[in-house]
Design a binder for this molecule. Structure first.
Ligand code: ZN
Ligand code: ZN
Ligand code: ZN
Length: 372
């Protein structure tokens, strides 16, 4: 599987970024390495103290400024295929002056939100105009996925579903969470991911901590176990899916609460369509849990956008009045947490379609009873 898309995909993204830069009234946006840089160039270069940046002017071709020692790896990316101009510098030269060359002393600039302060401050000293965040420009691009990106997210979803389908091989009473996680790690890679980005194995009381990762706790026959797993599939798009498991018929109170969680997750999925606000999807899940007296157990937002980053825009949270649009992709993952006792979460990634949504995860949503 290719590590990036065809060059014309990046050419289109760069052209669109330049249009949005012009519309926003900037002379240029400056994008540091990381997911935004990868989105626009296909390069997963990561630099820190030496500036590597993509400069997208409102008018004229985009260019890259980089330390000479990064040249070879950038030429291997879509940057080389597109024939983008690369300006290299050596230690002792001033990369900021090179980056802003041609924009004059009053250049209006915006920078990507992950550009380190150690680059932002010197850049800001080379123009008299205040520097803005390019986040509105870049999130506009990255939030709406094109067909190739949606296809990558579907592949990632199918890959993590295959790992969940194999859970009986790994998850057994008498094993520690860490032993289970090690096997899941291997399965995540075997089923087509580049790596396991995160593995949550929350058994019994650990399931009540949404950010628990794994421990040496030995899993018991009566435990409820939350498994939340994912990672990138080439060319870098992430999976993220949670299912909750057990080994015997659950306690009646657990079965009852879990059934309501399942309804809450389904209600949020059913509410997704273009024009609905992000916060209305959060409310759809929360209303079901509130009505059943479980609202206090749902202690986080309903979801997050996903793509080259595991967490990105749009966030499915109270207060986000952004309207959903076709081509957005995000998680729907309500959970209920009973401190010291048990927890459960159900998580699918969905893609907004013309009249609703398409879940990329298709494993059954019920509490999965594995052999004990
Ligand atoms: Zn989180
Ligand atoms: Zn997750
Ligand atoms: Zn998630």
């Amino acid at each position: 599987m290719a590590t990036r898309f065809a060059p014309d995909v990046y050419a289109q993204r760069l052209a669109r970024a330049a249009e949005l830069t012009a519309t926003a009234g900037y002379h240029a946006i400056v994008v540091g390495t990381g997911p935004d840089f990868r989105y626009l160039t296909g390069s997963d270069a990561e630099t820190f103290e030496r500036l590597t940046a993509l400069v997208i002017p409102a008018q004229g071709p985009a260019r890259v400024v980089t330390a000479r020692l990064e040249l070879a790896s950038l030429r291997e990316s879509a940057i080389g295929e597109l024939g983008l101009q690369i300006t290299d510098w050596v230690d002792g030269e001033d990369p900021y002056t090179l980056a802003l060359d041609g924009f004059g002393p009053h250049a209006k600039l915006a920078v990507s939100d992950a550009l380190p302060a150690l680059h932002l401050i010197p850049l800001s000293q080379r123009t008299s105009a205040p520097i803005a965040l390019a986040t509105p420009v870049l999130r506009e691009l990255r939030m709406i996925k094109d067909q190739a990106e949606l296809e990558a997210l579907r592949r990632a979803g199918a890959a993590i579903d295959r790992v969940h389908a194999r859970m009986a091989e790994f998850l057994k009473p008498g094993r520690t969470e860490a032993q289970v996680a090690a096997d899941i790690d291997a399965a995540i890679r075997a089923e087509g991911h580049n790596l396991a980005e995160f593995i949550i194995v929350g058994s019994g009381p650990n399931g009540a901590d949404p950010h628990h990762e794994q421990s040496n706790r030995i899993i018991e026959t009566n435990d409820i176990v939350v498994i939340d797993i994912g990672g990138p599939v080439s060319p870098g798009y992430n999976s993220d899916s949670t299912r909750t498991y057990c080994f015997t018929t659950p306690r009646p109170d657990i079965a009852k609460a879990y059934a309501i969680l399942e309804q809450a997750q389904a209600a949020a999925v059913a509410a997704v369509r273009p024009g609905a606000t992000a916060e209305s999807i959060d409310a759809a899940a929360r209303d079901v849990l509130n009505a059943a007296g479980l609202g206090d157990q749902f202690i986080h937002r309903t979801g997050h956008g996903i793509g080259l980053s595991v967490h990105e825009e749009p966030y499915i949270v109270a207060g986000n009045t952004d309207k959903l649009r076709e081509g957005m992709a995000f998680s729907i993952e309500p959970g209920i947490y009973f401190a010291g006792d048990w927890g459960a979460r159900i998580e699918d990634i969905v893609i907004v379609t013309a009249d609703g949504c398409e879940p990329v995860n298709t494993r059954p949503h019920g509490l999965v009873v594995l052999p004990g």
